[in-house]
Design a protein around this ligand. Structure first.
Ligand code: IPE
Ligand code: IPE
Ligand code: MG
Length: 255
């Protein structure tokens, strides 16, 4: 893991940060505005998170923008979100590219309007060669859907006789999940006060450090994003081992 240079950060830097950007509607309501104003402000906050992760040298950032369950929202809100999403891709695509960021979209994208799908594909194609921050937007995404689609791909290999059922292990399944080529998230952030995962990255969050804040997403600015990263630096991850084992491995003494 990288050690962060300078600033107040002393612990390790997360390689992969995953964020549930929640609270746009309440942010708008608190200001007597329509929910879509909150979504528009939320798009600005997403830019701040991208900037902080890029500045700090985080390798991957995954943003939950629209869940498979968000299709249950009123049609009008869904239409506004789709329009905002397309505008953000078209407006920010070049800026993302100029900053050497690679953008990808995960989820059931065939459910989105065709023009939005085209904007997604265009932003991905523009940034495909970039090796800076790996930015993933989860849209029409659900953790259960992800595990299902991975299982189907493995089942196809078995049905074709290319793999034995006994050979299917966790690595096999993992390699067919959406974020297979990225390290698993080290730091999960959820804004908006709820302390739940809401069908985000179910498999991938097995050992992720969980950071919850009451701050509503549009108010989650650069400084609070840095604060979450600093908080991660203070965690002691054990992955099932004892503190003593880890202390020995790292050469610390534990009184
Ligand atoms: C998150 O904010 C954005 C999406 C889910 C698209 P919400 O729209 O869920 O905001 P709240 O939770 O109602 O405040
Ligand atoms: C989770 O937020 C999904 C996104 C932020 C995209 P929700 O607002 O949809 O979650 P619930 O319904 O409160 O669990
Ligand atoms: Mg919400």
């Amino acid at each position: 893991m990288n050690e962060q240079q300078g600033g107040e950060q002393s612990g390790p830097l997360p390689r992969h940060v995953a964020i549930i950007m929640d609270g746009n509607g309440r942010w708008a309501r608190a200001r007597g505005r329509a929910r879509h104003r909150g979504h528009r402000a939320g798009a600005e906050a997403a830019r701040a998170a991208v900037e902080v992760c890029a500045e700090q040298g985080v390798e991957a950032l995954t943003l939950f923008a629209f869940s498979s369950e968000n299709w249950r929202r009123p049609d009008r809100e869904i239409r506004t979100l789709m329009a905002l999403f397309r505008r953000a891709l078209e407006r920010e695509g070049q800026r993302i590219h100029d900053n050497n960021i690679r953008l990808r979209v995960i989820g059931q994208r065939d459910q989105f309007p065709v023009r939005l799908q085209q904007s997604m594909a265009a932003a991905e194609a523009l940034t495909v060669g970039n090796n800076g921050l790996q930015l993933t937007v989860a849209a029409g995404y659900g953790g259960r859907w992800d595990i299902r689609q991975a299982t189907q791909r493995v089942a196809r290999l078995v049905a074709l006789g290319q793999m034995s059922p006994d050979a299917v292990d966790e690595t096999t399944l993992q390699s067919h999940l959406c974020l297979a080529d990225l390290p698993e998230p080290d730091l999960f952030v959820r804004t908006g006060g709820e302390q739940r995962v809401s069908n985000f990255l179910l498999w991938q969050l097995a050992y992720t450090e969980l950071y919850f804040t009451d701050t509503l997403w549009p108010d989650f600015g650069h400084e609070e994003c840095r604060e979450a990263i600093r908080w991660f630096g203070q965690r002691r991850r054990r992955f099932g081992q004892t503190t003593e084992q880890l202390g020995q491995a790292a050469g610390y003494s534990h009184a």
